[in-house]
Design a binder for this molecule. Structure first.
Ligand code: AMP
Ligand code: MG
Length: 319
């Protein structure tokens, strides 16, 4: 039986009951679909790592319904309150000192003294978090290292066996994971992962962001593995021409001819549209039977930074 269900109030109640009983539920957020578990339940959190095949040293993002709930788990300083008020709910994760005595499982934070937290905007995610009444870990609902899911069907194909249900909220609007900002140390904030909230919007509030490598005393994000988002077919970046055995991931109006099949992320060169299409089109290109996936250059700022980041990882040598 398909675990996919429409997100009506009875299904959301049932999903919350599953979470509170230690089971996994996949749900939509505006970034990608999340594999949800009760963040305070050691066994449930461990089953998230197991279902994804995720390395235990890669901590999870904790999702809550609002700033008030976040303030119970982490120390929100002035900088984080500025960002939270500007961008929550939304595709922004803050890494902050965990409050002592907070109920989040140590498995979720991989034993760190910091905690990554986000308030998602998707109405189904909001309803589920409020109904569950507890923090929920929700990494992308895909096997570790593979392509993130942006539809309920993607989740059912990849992890249908591991979840009690998949709440179907349609296609994810942003289509890229959240932007992760490190604020655990005083001073300059660090861009730990580019994502669905463009760097420039954050810098307009906090000033220039540091890169993880800038300061040897600053920990990088433990989960930023070189190879990630990987299709089965090899990926070739910055393609200006294409071979007949290749699938082409195109961008913009000027598409080189001759590909076995072409998937255009945005024929008009719109970055938000390209971001929303990225993972679904990577999946389609991967299934097209092509020997390789060639990707046109995605230039520019804003969401282009996160799109390039995901494509670089998709093209990186596999472990
Ligand atoms: P995912 O759940 O796959 O979207 O990945 C979560 C991202 O947040 C990974 O890159 C993690 O390394 C990062 N992250 C989670 N918790 C922390 C933390 N306490 N410190 C730094 N990075 C974190
Ligand atoms: Mg992921």
């Amino acid at each position: 039986m398909s675990p996919i269900v429409p997100p009506d109030p009875p299904s959301i109640r049932e999903a919350a009951e599953h979470l509170c009983s230690g089971r996994l539920v996949a749900f939509p957020t505006e970034t990608v679909y999340g594999l949800g578990a009760d963040a305070t339940d050691d066994a449930a959190v461990q089953s998230v790592y197991r279902a994804k095949g995720r390395p235990a040293h890669n901590p999870l993002i904790v999702h809550v319904a609002d700033i008030k709930a976040a303030g119970r788990l982490v120390d929100l300083d002035e900088r984080s309150l500025l960002l939270a008020k500007a961008f929550w709910p939304g595709p922004l994760t803050l890494v902050l000192p965990a409050r002592s005595g907070n109920p989040v499982s140590r498995h979720a934070t991989a034993g760190l003294a910091t905690l990554a937290i986000r308030v998602p905007a998707h109405p189904v995610a909001q309803a589920l978090l409020r109904q569950a009444g507890r923090p929920v870990v929700a990494p992308s609902a895909n096997p570790s290292g593979r392509i993130s899911p942006t539809t309920a069907r993607h989740v059912a194909e990849d992890l249908g066996h591991a979840v009690a249900m998949v709440l179907d909220g349609g296609v994810c609007q942003v289509g890229l994971e959240s932007t992760v900002i490190g604020l655990a140390e005083p001073g300059r904030a660090t861009l730990l992962r580019p994502g669905g909230l463009p760097r420039q919007e954050i810098e307009a509030i906090l000033g220039p962001l540091a890169a993880p490598g800038d300061d040897p005393d600053r920990p990088a994000s433990p989960g930023m593995l070189a190879s990630h988002y990987a299709p089965a077919a090899p990926v070739r970046l910055d393609a200006s021409s294409v071979a007949p055995d290749e699938a082409l991931l195109a961008f913009g109006p000027n598409v080189p001819p001759g590909a076995r099949s072409t998937f255009n992320l945005s024929p008009t060169g719109n970055l938000a549209e390209a971001a929303a299409n990225l993972f679904a089109m990577l999946r389609l290109a991967d299934r097209s039977g092509a020997a390789r996936i060639a990707v046109m250059p995605i230039e520019g700022q804003g969401l282009a930074e996160a799109i390039r980041d995901r494509l670089r990882r998709a093209a990186a040598p596999r472990h």
